[in-house]
Design a protein around this ligand. Structure first.
Ligand code: SIN
Ligand code: CO
Length: 377
């Protein structure tokens, strides 16, 4: 069990999206949830997103996964596995203390292994990140947020910057946490073989929201309404755009966004879709409803697969959104939204008498057969 040694509420009010900070001993007696060998094993898998970064003086080398680990230099290299929580249950457990953050903001847990001198160079990210130091030590420097950092490409696939004046310069030891808000430049290199865990939170951009909303409208054949003005007066200046007509067009767009049913469905689907592959394996053979019910009644727990995103809207637990799809819950089964979306697992303790609700059992069976929840291995 991983738990913080500090008050997360105090951290949020003082630092979240305000200032970078180092929380010394944020975890006490921290133990790596994954070994370097297991991490390397993940990086060799084609469906796992990984990369290798090495430097020799000013020469940088980058390889995208799947990686092989032949002919490695002695030091000055590291490799990282994106969304490691999707592939490794131990890594997924490290996410638990961060459940005090909104699930919809969480992106993934990236894990890196670095040899002495290894790191990705000075850069900044578009997301907020908590970097937890596992075994080994790593020196981190963080600079102030500014608009005028010069980007430079020492390698075509590394977006680095030329440099910055540090406001934080510390050596992280096991259990220390470095929080870096989006846009603050940083650079970390290992002093000895080191494991780092980057918990990434990604705030959507306006343009991403609008673009996803436009896709949703088109896919669902909504908004098939043309502008009309049956009271059109004759005009003297045909090249002028009258304010009322411009407003009429803008209102047509706004009207779509004012439909709460449309907006809830789009947001629920959009926010629940994972940006990274998941280890989804359909059940084989498929479960029958009665089999699943008796499994639960025997006391078995069903676990959500790592990285699965499941949400419901406040005040509307009738619909749950799982991995980009909406699933209406049968009438009277709204409490299921809580244990499906706010917990990493559930058992008969939560399901209770609803196990006898045939439509809910059919839905649970479907979700298990799709591979979204599974009994313990
Ligand atoms: C790393 O662990 O090497 C990269 C973390 C980061 O700077 O985003
Ligand atoms: Co970074």
């Amino acid at each position: 069990m991983y738990s913080f040694t500090f008050s997360f509420s105090d951290f949020l009010s003082t630092y979240w999206q305000k200032q970078p900070t180092v929380i010394k001993g944020g975890f006490s007696n921290f133990e790596d949830p994954i070994s370097p060998d297991e991490l390397a094993g993940l990086a060799m898998e084609p469906e796992v997103d990984s990369r290798y970064v090495a430097r020799q003086g000013e020469n940088w080398q980058v390889e995208q996964g799947p990686l092989t680990f032949d002919n490695l230099p002695e030091d000055h290299w590291s490799f990282m596995v994106q969304a490691a929580n999707h592939w490794h249950p131990g890594a997924a457990r490290l996410v638990s203390p961060f459940r005090q953050m909104p699930g919809w903001l969480f992106d993934d847990l990236m894990i890196s292994y670095s040899t002495p001198g290894g790191g990705v160079g000075p850069h900044f990210d578009q997301y907020d990140v908590f970097i937890i130091q596992g075994s080994g030590k790593r020196r981190w420097r963080v600079g102030p947020r500014k608009d005028d950092y010069q980007e430079c490409f020492r390698h075509p696939s590394l977006r680095q910057i030329t440099g910055f004046e540090p406001i934080i310069d510390e050596v992280l030891e096991p259990g220390d946490i470095l929080y870096i808000p989006a846009g603050f430049p940083h650079d970390g290199y290992a002093l000895e073989n080191a494991m780092s865990y980057s918990m990434g939170f990604r705030s959507p951009k306006q343009q991403e929201l609008l673009s996803s909303f436009a896709d949703f409208i088109i896919e669902n054949e909504l908004g098939d309404v043309h502008y009309e003005n049956p009271d059109l007066p004759a005009r003297a200046h045909y090249g002028e755009l009258p304010a009322a007509e411009s407003q009429g067009l803008i209102s047509m767009m706004q009207n779509l966004m004012q439909d709460p049913v449309v907006m809830q469905q789009w947001l629920g689907e959009y926010l629940s879709l994972s940006r990274h592959n998941m280890d989804v394996i359909s059940a084989d053979p498929l479960w029958q409803g009665e089999e699943l019910a008796s499994l639960l009644m025997q006391g078995e727990t069903l676990f959500k697969i790592g990285g699965l995103r499941a949400f419901y809207h406040q005040g509307n637990p009738q619909i749950v959104y799982i991995d980009g799809e909406q699933y209406p819950l049968p009438e009277g089964c709204e409490s299921a939204a809580h244990w499906l979306c706010n917990q990493d697992s559930f058992s008969i303790q939560e399901v209770g008498a609803l196990i006898h609700q045939p439509e809910l059992l059919a839905l649970l069976t479907k979700l298990v057969n799709m591979g979204y929840w599974h009994p313990a291995e």
